[in-house]
Design a protein around this ligand. Structure first.
Ligand code: HEM
Length: 547
């Protein structure tokens, strides 16, 4: 057989009729000429006549790229066929119509529309679909939400790992962590937010904000998803990493670029087929390696210099944690913190730019705090704000609290993701087998017109829904709540205070004219909720108050 194939490859090709300008050959089989095919295809289909063993030889003989494409096509075919053959039990959630392959792109790129379509197409409040070999159950409604947030077997880390993908994955550092190590990282994050360290962060956050806001000049316009995001990235670096990185604007910019590359490099293929060496995957690996190198270098430099800084890295080193915990803490939390805070801060200032009444209320609240503080009007704004104690920022800012809450309701496009680590579980009488993924889109509750009339409207004065469990989950709920809430809220309040007193601002359209209607959060953008780029900006003028 080997011999026959060799003969075919060597002799038959050269003697076969050819379409010259296309490099295609007419195959002769059973003395009949069939349709023209390319040489690699010719070599591939030959083995059907000659048997499986020679198929392997033929596979080896084609180019690497063709081998690769073929492997992926076969894999996808197997996945499609096996998922189509799966029989649903009576208690199984209804499946989406059509091939599971068609779910992949919209799940990653137009999630809000896709999930809404799923509820509509199945006519059920719980449905399922396949992401390659992973079963994903989408749940909605009050009772499903309660089970989702409280069920013991549903695990966030496992759910996030497979369905999200934009976290730098380093085995043992940010992925495949032992539970003990995750707990330790969470414990250290709680330490950063104890009264003492959080109070000490306030002047540093304000000083960073001053430096960056001054670089915006006295008037102009900017895209909040660039400038405000950049600011929150700096503040997150300051809060959870080290002075050496936070004091180096070029290094901060480099890290931000690397994390942005992780986002843009996160494609359906990199998440679902992480072993596939696509250009996006290679870029992601490269970015991850560079982030890892920057963080480990900062740690080694600190250890070797023996210089003591009053920052989070020092706290981690002094606690004697092993180096992987320290690296995992910084690499993982940088992104968990910067993304959510960046999205919220960008939208918060956008909403205030379009709602002068709330802008004025926020400014008035901060002015009142300043006049009650022991600072002098001759000091810079950042210094005066730093004199307001942490407990005041936390307990005496009802207007800022309401604005933050409303922003995280209407502009946080989060889909909570879990994996059922077992045993099998029922949500609304539908089976969630062990190993399956379950997701809950926050839009189900935060944009529900029954709970929030006119749900897209930014209205910090709206009444909280009465007696409805988990009717607001902006900081999570039940078993899983945000472990950076305290830090994030303080950061948001400080940025807002600096901006509303240091600048006048409003939302303007692409031509610089006042924008009406105001931009609407785009829930299909799963990271920033960002409307089409360039569709609006924030126009600003510096006030007379020195930052
Ligand atoms: C405005 C800013 C933020 C918002 C709106 C926010 C929101 C959330 C939400 C909704 C969850 C729960 C996710 C789920 O149930 O699927 C969560 C979890 C988490 N957040 Fe935040 N977050 C913010 C900032 C931060 C910051 C600054 C950090 C740390 C530096 C942080 C660290 C975490 C961690 C570690 C978890 C996972 C908790 C766990 O595994 O149990 N977050 N956050």
């Amino acid at each position: 057989m080997r011999h026959a194939l060799a003969w075919y490859k060597r002799d038959a090709v050269s003697s076969l009729p050819k379409v010259p300008w296309l490099d295609l050959y007419f195959i002769r089989y059973n003395n009949v000429y069939h349709s023209p095919v390319s040489l690699p295809t010719f070599r591939l289909i030959m083995p059907y006549c000659l048997g499986l063993q020679t198929a392997a030889d033929a596979f080896r003989s084609i180019g690497l790229a063709t081998q690769f494409t073929l492997a992926v096509v076969i894999f996808l075919l197997i996945v499609t066929v096996t998922s189509a053959l799966q029989k649903d039990g009576v208690d199984s959630p209804p499946s989406l119509p059509g091939s599971s392959l068609f779910a992949i792109y919209p799940f990653f790129r137009r999630r809000y529309d896709f999930l809404n379509w799923g509820f509509h197409a199945t006519g059920h409040s719980v449905f399922k679909f396949n992401l390659l070999r992973n079963t994903v159950v989408v749940v909605s409604g009050e009772s499903a939400r309660q089970t989702f947030f409280t069920a013991k077997g549903l695990d966030l880390t496992e759910g996030f790992k497979i369905l999200s993908g934009a976290i730098p994955m380093v085995r043992g550092v940010t992925s495949d962590l032992q539970t003990r190590r995750i707990h330790l990282i969470h414990k250290r994050l709680a330490n950063v937010q104890r009264n003492g360290p959080l109070s000490e962060l306030i002047p540093r956050i304000l000083e960073d904000s001053r430096r960056l806001m001054e670089s915006w000049g006295t008037a102009g316009k900017f895209d909040p998803f660039e400038k405000v995001y950049e600011l929150t990235f700096q503040l997150t670096i300051r809060s959870i990493s080290c002075t050496e990185i936070a004091d180096d604007p070029a290094l901060v910019a480099r890290l931000k670029k690397l994390y942005d590359d992780l986002d843009t490099g996160t494609t359906p293929a990199t998440v679902l087929l992480p072993w596939l060496p696509t250009p996006a995957m290679i870029k992601k690996l490269w970015s991850t390696k560079e982030i890892y190198d920057i963080v480990t270098k900062a740690i080694s430099d600190r250890e070797q210099s023996g210089v003591h800084h009053n920052d989070t890295l020092q706290m981690l080193l002094d606690a004697g944690d092993d180096k992987l915990v320290v690296v995992g803490f910084i690499m993982g939390l940088l992104i968990a913190g910067a993304r959510a805070t960046g999205t919220t801060a960008s939208w918060l200032l956008t909403f205030l730019g379009g709602h002068t009444d709330w802008r004025n209320k926020a400014a008035y609240e901060v002015e009142k705090l300043l006049s009650a503080s022991n600072s002098s009007p001759s000091q810079r704004l950042s210094e005066r704000l730093a004199s307001i104690p942490l407990e005041v920022w936390e307990a005496e800012t009802p207007v800022l609290d309401a604005i933050i809450r409303e922003t995280t309701r209407v502009a946080q496009p989060h889909t909570a993701m879990r994996r059922n680590l077992g045993p099998d579980l029922y949500i609304d009488n539908k089976l969630i087998p062990s190993g399956a993924y379950v997701i809950y889109p926050f839009s189900d509750v935060h944009l529900d017109p029954e709970l929030y009339p006119d749900p897209w409207k930014f209205d910090p004065a709206r009444k909280e829904p009465d007696g409805v469990p988990y009717s607001y989950v902006g900081w999570g709920g039940g078993k899983t709540t945000c472990l950076g809430t305290r830090l994030a809220k303080v950061e948001l309040k400080l940025i807002t205070a600096m901006f509303v007193l240091g600048f006048e601002h409003s939302v303007v359209d692409a031509s610089g004219e006042p924008m009406y209607p105001l931009p609407t959060p785009n829930w299909n953008d799963i990271l920033l909720c960002r409307p089409p780029q360039g569709s609006f900006s924030l126009g600003y003028n510096k006030t007379s108050i020195a930052l």
